[in-house]
Design a protein around this ligand. Structure first.
Ligand SMILES: [Zn+2]
Length: 70
C-alpha cells in the first residue's frame, strides 16, 4: 500500500492517506479529490509518498517540527 502525505487546502492540516481518489481531512472534515498525476494540479497537494505508514507518520512529525521551528 502507498501512503501519501497530503495537506488540507482548507485548514492546512497534514495527514497521510492510502486513498488515491479522495482526501478527507480529520481536522476540518472537508473532503477533496486527489490529483495523483500532478503534484501541482488543482487537487490536493501531495507532499510525499511512502510504502510504510510508519514512514508517513515520521514525515508528518518532522515536517510539522520544521514548520514550527521557523
Ligand atoms: Zn482540513
Amino acid at each position: 500500500m502507498r501512503y501519501r502525505i497530503v495537506q488540507c487546502p482548507n485548514c492546512g492540516n497534514l495527514q497521510s492517506t492510502s486513498s488515491t481518489a479522495v482526501f478527507k481531512c480529520f481536522r476540518c472534515n472537508k473532503s477533496k479529490k486527489l490529483n495523483p498525476k500532478s503534484k501541482f494540479g488543482l487537487g490536493v497537494k501531495v507532499l510525499a509518498a511512502f510504502d510504510e505508514s510508519a514512514q508517513a507518520a515520521k514525515f508528518i512529525q518532522e515536517y510539522t517540527r520544521l514548520l514550527h521551528s521557523k
